[in-house]
Design a protein around this ligand. Structure first.
Ligand code: HEM
Length: 140
């Protein structure tokens, strides 16, 4: 059991790393490419990157959500005394935000439904930052 958990946990971290890594690079660096390139060059350069991103990043998100659901099923634990513990509360919020990103990504990739409220990558980027913080502080 422990080895399966560790294995899925490792997959979770790698997939989160790939998905979150792209968002960090996009928000911090790629979004600034237009400062040094003409509009046409920027469009071409961005597309040259996005061609590869689209083949990997949405699937990394799906793997993150699937592996996350396995992890939570193993460690959420029983609800005792009618209220959630600190750990359970933060983990539940984290899972909610993670599922939101997952649904958003699946809709976009598999059903071609584009996000209608938060269109830029800054929104998922912010959620990833919050999710990472929750994933650490739930243990405090
Ligand atoms: C439905 C969606 C998700 C669920 C249910 C979920 C669940 C979990 C659980 C239960 C853990 C704790 C593992 C442990 O410490 O043993 C964890 C860790 C973590 N998750 Fe998720 N997760 C989800 C999606 C995501 C997403 C989308 C991200 C970020 C892009 C993310 C980032 C992390 C990080 C950074 C950790 C900490 C890893 C560590 O410190 O070892 N998760 N997740």
């Amino acid at each position: 059991m422990a080895i399966t958990y560790t294995f899925i946990h490792t997959i979770h971290i790698f997939s989160v790393f790939i998905y979150g890594g792209f968002l960090f690079v996009d928000v911090l660096f790629l979004s600034k490419m237009n400062q040094n390139l003409s509009e046409d060059e920027h469009k071409k350069a961005r597309e040259a990157i996005m061609v590869h991103v689209r083949k990997v990043v949405p699937y990394a998100l799906m793997v993150a959500v699937a592996s996350g659901l396995y992890l939570i099923s193993q460690i959420f634990g029983k609800i005792e005394g009618g209220s959630l513990s600190h750990f359970q509360t933060l983990l539940a919020i984290k899972a909610f935000l993670g599922s939101w990103l997952g649904l958003r990504g699946i809709n976009q990739k598999l059903f071609k439904i584009n996000p209608w409220v938060f269109k830029s990558h800054f929104f998922p980027f912010s959620l990833v930052v919050i999710i990472i913080l929750l994933s650490q502080f739930m243990y405090v």
